[in-house]
Write a protein that binds this ligand. Structure first.
Ligand code: CP
Ligand code: NVA
Length: 306
């Protein structure tokens, strides 16, 4: 594996499969791995709020025998001191960094300057830990990934981008419906299409939630207003009104459709209470699997290389 985990696009299919296989073992037998990262310290630098990412990484490193330091920086990266100075200093103290930030380039630059592994804990562009765990969850629930029909309904945001990379690499047929003007970035869609050409996945991007939901195995959604876009919330509520995951939309999918959401959810906006709390919803299994998959990533990146 590369030194850092910044994007799913950087992982080979065999690396993804190795992470998934290790995550299965970690989930089955937590005690067996309780000292594999003994003495290692993971530093979490977060410029945005977090429940799942923060807690799952902190608990994850501790369950592997290491320690976590959480820095909620009021000062944006590169303002108090140059990013490269921060990267070089931290490289002398800790064994890995998880960065949650706004500009994606902050993650890229930190990784370039640090001699230790850097993990993308969400940027405006990507949320790779989320999408990788989610695909692990799909495989766990449905027993396979190839040929599964995943409908993503909502904003073409960071989570959508990472799902596009992961699905296209692993052969999941992904259909994305967003309002006009909120589609995933064309560059990412094109890269995903290249991966899909190799895996056999299909990629559809349109503005028709009913069309993508039809016959889907999975319906996935995320908030309409991501962190950092709060000023647009009222405008987005109007624009996205027809992109809600509600009973009518779910009824178009397969009977056993699984409902996914990375959380936090804005209940009553992108998803109704009824759907979120239904038997088809696997949102908390998704949240749990962040822990197991991220522990596998930590072992791969911070563990002693043999
Ligand atoms: N899904 C996710 O990353 O949640 P947090 O923002 O709470 O970390
Ligand atoms: N798209 C959301 C994901 C939160 C985990 C955001 O960036 O706020």
């Amino acid at each position: 594996m590369k030194k850092d985990f910044i994007s799913i696009k950087d992982l080979s299919i065999s690396e993804i499969n190795e992470i998934f296989a290790l995550a299965v073992k970690l989930k089955k037998n937590k005690a067996k791995f309780s000292t594999v990262l003994q003495g290692k310290t993971l530093c979490l630098i977060f410029h945005k709020p977090s429940l799942r990412t923060r807690v799952s990484f902190e608990v994850g490193i501790v369950e592997l025998g290491g320690n976590a330091i959480y820095l909620q920086e009021d000062i944006r990266v590169g303002k108090r001191e140059a990013l490269k100075d921060m990267a070089k200093t931290l490289s002398r103290y800790v064994d890995g960094i998880v960065l949650r930030t706004f500009e994606h380039n902050n993650v890229v630059e930190l990784a370039g300057q640090a001699s230790i592994p850097v993990i993308n804990g969400l940027s405006d562009l990507l949320h790779p830990c989320q999408a990788l765990s989610d695909l692990f969850t799909v495989k766990e629930k449905l027993g396979k990934l190839k040929g599964i029909k995943l409908a993503y309904v909502g904003d073409g945001n960071n989570v959508c981008h990472s799902l596009l990379y992961g699905a296209s690499k692993l052969g999941v047929d992904i259909a994305v419906a967003t309002p006009k003007g909120y589609e995933p970035q064309a560059g990412i869609v094109n890269e995903a299409k290249e991966f899909a050409a190799k895996s056999g996945a299909s990629i559809i991007i349109n503005n028709a939630p009913q069309k993508v939901a039809k016959g889907a195995d999975i319906i996935y959604t995320d908030v309409w207003t991501s962190m950092g876009q709060e000023k647009e919330r009222e405008k987005r509520k109007e624009i996205f009104a027809n992109f809600q995951i509600n009973k009518e939309l779910v009824n178009l999918a397969k009977k056993k459709v699984l409902i996914m959401h990375c959380l936090p959810a804005h209940r009553g906006e992108e998803i109704t209470d009824e759907v979120m709390d239904s038997d088809n919803s696997i949102v908390f299994d998704q949240a749990e699997n962040r822990l197991h998959v991220q522990k596998a990533i930590l072992i791969k990146l911070l563990g002693d290389k043999k």
